[in-house]
Design a protein around this ligand. Structure first.
Ligand SMILES: [Zn+2]
Ligand SMILES: [Zn+2]
Length: 350
């Protein structure tokens, strides 16, 4: 708030009279009226300046300190009315009402269709590698026949009789600042000013149609369970507006052996005691198929073998590793012969 020169904004000198302030505001408010092709930001600034300088107490504070204190920020007065206590026969006007007239003009507000959300379930592999998943979604979509225009092919256009081809409907709103013309889109031609002589039979002229639509969703590699993909503009279409968005929530089925940790994969490998002692080669099922793993002699239970680059390829983090944790399975039962051999080993100090 501070630093703004409210006098300059209202094109006034510092000791301007209350009458001058009012006159200047009225003149400039007309000039910058947003619905007359003016400048909404500028208009708000004017209103802010006026709300301070028209209030004796706030003006005194502003003149002294260059800002105002308490009573809420200047410019935040849109809700309340305030009065011209003098002159004009004590006429009061409600600013909320005037702002309503300025900003309530439709036209500038683009209508938007609803968002849709769907859930999909992916296998562990699909989530790891990424996949193109086809979805069939029944929704309000753009009519294929007329591509959303609502017009029959090769039809001629006629001028809208409600707005005389202007596409806008003007209303007049009276306020202390004078009469303001508010403008809104013509509801008959939806702001276009003209209408097709013959409407599209497929969508009955609405340009949108409820139908099943096939949508291909590109699932990036390495997507996590619970992540959401947003497809902008794939939601419900709407006549003369923009379509909503489609949200796809991804559920990933867990893998029997592999666990995902970011871009790395983890798994356990059960090996025999003798494999741990002598070393061995094991075949494991990685995401990319069978892989041979060399288990070094003397490996301990819990030790991790890292297979570089055998993890998940992420679209933005490169490629992860496969971490294989060694689990030594001690035999539960021993044959008489095995027991004898192990006792020999014990005697060897193993
Ligand atoms: Zn019209
Ligand atoms: Zn159509």
């Amino acid at each position: 708030m501070s630093g703004k020169d409210y006098y300059k904004i209202l094109e006034l000198e510092k000791g301007a009279s209350k009458e001058d302030i009012k006159k200047s505001f009225r003149r400039l408010a007309h000039k910058y009226h947003p619905d007359k092709g003016g400048d909404e930001a500028k208009f708000k600034e004017l209103s802010e300046a006026y709300s301070i300088l028209s209030d004796d107490k706030k003006r005194a504070e502003y003149d002294t300190y260059g800002q105002t204190f308490g009573g809420g920020a200047p410019g935040g007065f849109g809700q309340g009315g305030f009065g011209f206590g003098d002159g004009e026969g004590g006429i009061e006007f409600d600013l909320g009402d005037i702002f309503g007239a300025f900003t309530g003009g439709r036209g500038r507000r683009v209508s938007r269709g609803s968002d849709i959300s769907v859930d999909i379930t992916l296998s562990f592999e699909e989530a790891a590698f990424g996949v193109d998943r086809k979805l069939i979604i029944t929704k309000q979509g753009t009519c294929k026949e007329c591509k959303g225009s609502g017009a029959r092919k090769d039809t001629t256009y006629i001028t809208c009789d409600k707005c005389n081809g202007k596409g806008k409907i003007h209303d007049v709103k009276k306020s202390i600042l004078g009469s303001f013309a508010t403008v809104r889109d013509c509801d008959k031609c939806i702001g276009k000013g003209e209408m097709p002589k013959e409407t599209c039979k497929n969508c009955k002229g609405s340009g949108v149609l409820r139908a099943p639509e096939e949508i291909t969703v590109k699932i990036p590699s390495g997507i996590e369970n619970g992540e959401m993909i947003r497809l902008s503009g794939y939601g419900e279409a709407i006549t003369s507006g923009i379509a909503g968005d489609l949200y796809v929530r991804v559920h990933v089925t867990p893998h029997k052996e592999l666990k995902k940790e970011g871009i790395n994969l983890r798994m356990d490998l059960n090996i025999k005691l003798t494999d741990a002692l002598l070393g061995a080669e094991h075949t494991i099922n990685s995401l990319e198929g069978e892989l041979k793993v060399k288990v070094p002699a003397g490996v301990s239970s819990g030790e991790i073998l890292r297979l570089k680059g055998k993890g998940i390829s992420s679209h933005n983090q490169g490629k992860g590793d496969l971490l294989v944790r060694i689990v030594i399975k001690t035999p539960e039962k021993l044959s008489r012969k095995a027991k004898k051999l192990i006792e020999d080993l014990k005697n060897e100090g193993v």
